[in-house]
Design a protein around this ligand. Structure first.
Ligand code: AMP
Length: 276
């Protein structure tokens, strides 16, 4: 609770309400951070004094249930791919990347909270902390106002001034919509470079979630920024949304794997209930 005072009360309230109303019903909590606990210690640390790190201020990563689902699916259908060095792109209203080796998380773009890393629908993504100091000093913003800015007024919505929704931005002819999309893509490509370094090379890239599964333009633009990795997309496969969208001659492969976090939660819940 002390590590996420803005979110945990809101997550714990229904658990407490259900426990009061129907105490005989078992409740299972599935943590979106659990999949990332396989990361090496270095990937989880900030350059902060040890005392603060020991308090639990470190990179937890999120979208773990989504990555877990995707790796479980790949393991069942393409086990060799699941064992290789992958970068999985969960590109929805929330967006992050995860570097995976042998099916385990090695690094991810999200950190202590779900606002780090990629630019998202309404969230900033990674931001120089100096900007926050500036806003506090210059504009007198407090924690509440900064939280609102970081989580709800930034990202595609803030940069475009039009919408947080990729479909609306793709349909818009306004220059600001194009600029917001360009920044979204640029940040993804930059972070793919960072995760490629953490993995020591990449064998495949997987696209998932609302934008990753449904927007061929975003996939093509990200792929164009990854040409230096040897990625070559097959335009027809990409347009049709086939499972494998890379060209046969591509040095690394690219895939679309629809995610399903809810079914992962159902699976774990069934396991816990069966075991209790
Ligand atoms: P999610 O949070 O995974 O539900 O993803 C929501 C995002 O996916 C929104 O930005 C939607 O605009 C985007 N999205 C869904 N369908 C499409 C589509 N056909 N083309 C482009 N973006 C889409």
């Amino acid at each position: 609770m002390p590590l996420a005072p803005l979110h945990q009360p809101h997550n714990l309230a229904p658990i407490e309400a259900i426990a009061r109303a129907v105490p005989h019903i078992p409740q299972v909590a599935c943590f979106d951070t659990a999949f990332h606990r396989s990361q090496p210690a270095l990937a989880q640390e900030f350059g902060l004094p040890r005392k603060i790190t020991a308090e639990g201020v470190r990179r937890y990563g999120f979208h773990g249930l989504s990555y877990d689902f995707i790796l479980t699916r790949l393991n069942a259908t393409m086990p060799e791919l699941a064992r290789s060095r992958l970068i999985v792109a969960h590109l929805g209203n929330g967006a992050s990347l995860c570097a995976v080796r042998h099916g385990k998380s090695v690094a991810s773009t999200m950190g202590f909270t779900a606002v780090d890393g990629l630019m998202m629908g309404t969230r900033t993504g990674a931001l120089d902390p100096g900007v926050l100091l500036y806003l506090m000093e210059r504009h007198g913003m407090d924690a509440h106002a900064i939280e609102d800015l970081l989580y709800r007024r930034s990202g595609l919505l803030g940069v475009s001034g039009i919408s947080s929704d990729m479909r609306a931005l793709r349909q818009s002819s306004a220059a600001e919509a194009g600029e917001a999309i360009a920044l979204f893509i640029y940040r993804i490509v930059r972070e793919i470079g960072s995760l490629a370094a953490a993995l020591g090379g990449v064998d495949g890239i997987v696209f998932s979630a609302g934008i990753g599964e449904n927007d061929p333009k975003t996939r093509a633009e990200v792929a164009a920024g990854c040409r230096w990795l040897g990625l070559e997309i097959d335009e027809d496969r990409n347009r049709r949304g086939e499972t494998r969208i890379s060209a046969d001659r591509s040095a690394i492969s690219a895939w679309i794997v629809p995610t399903d976090e809810e079914s992962m939660i159902a699976r774990y819940t069934r396991q816990v209930i069966a075991g209790s």
